[in-house]
Design a protein around this ligand. Structure first.
Ligand SMILES: C[C@@H](C(=O)O)C(=O)SCCNC(=O)CCNC(=O)[C@H](O)C(C)(C)COP(=O)(O)OP(=O)(O)OC[C@H]1O[C@@H](n2cnc3c(N)ncnc32)[C@H](O)[C@@H]1OP(=O)(O)O
Ligand SMILES: [Co+2]
Length: 135
């Protein structure tokens, strides 16, 4: 598998509009846009920073992963996403290596990317997302 770069850092927040003020007005990072990803029960807001992005995540459902994360740990960094060349290949390889996968097959994430998550139990407490973006 080939990891190309840190694609984004996912930050769980209670209120995207409020936190957007910090990134956009206080830190002067341009706001790229919002997108709801129903399957993940989140609304996202992206802020490009160099070759990566900040992804703000607000839950759309009290049972969603982001709501549960905030309930348990409060607002903060929820995952790190690595961009890979070929997600299916990467998942196959990681499965062979005994990594616990949350997603055995890619799902569709923000911006139409193929995404899949590795379980924090296998990654020393960091929720890792792998994503593949069409060229
Ligand atoms: C839009 C898309 C995109 O970029 O395109 C996205 O990013 S969607 C981003 C939102 N979607 C996701 O996060 C989907 C993947 N996440 C999940 O499936 C879930 O959040 C799990 C990671 C499986 C956790 O599930 P859940 O909270 O129900 O279980 P749980 O509370 O028992 O957690 C199991 C163990 O993992 C730990 N744990 C839970 N969430 C964690 C996180 N974000 N980072 C690190 N550790 C975490 C808990 O503390 C617990 O450890 P202990 O047992 O030691 O206490
Ligand atoms: Co993400």
């Amino acid at each position: 598998m080939k990891v190309l770069k840190i694609d984004h850092i996912g930050v769980a927040v209670k209120n995207i509009e409020e936190v957007r003020r910090l990134y956009e007005d206080v830190l002067g990072i341009p706001f790229e846009g919002m997108e709801t990803v129903a399957e993940q029960k989140v609304t996202t807001a992206f802020f490009p920073v160099g070759d990566s992005e900040i992804e703000l995540l607000q839950s759309t459902d009290p049972d969603g992963p982001v709501a549960k994360f905030i309930e348990k740990r409060g607002e903060g960094i929820q995952h790190i996403a690595f961009q890979v060349e070929n997600l299916e290949e990467a998942l196959e390889e990681l499965k062979q290596k005994g990594v616990k996968l949350i997603d055995e097959k890619p799902r569709i994430g923000a911006g139409g990317a193929k995404i899949a998550f590795l379980h924090p139990k296998s990654t020393y407490g960091v929720l890792i997302e792998l994503c593949e973006r069409s060229k």
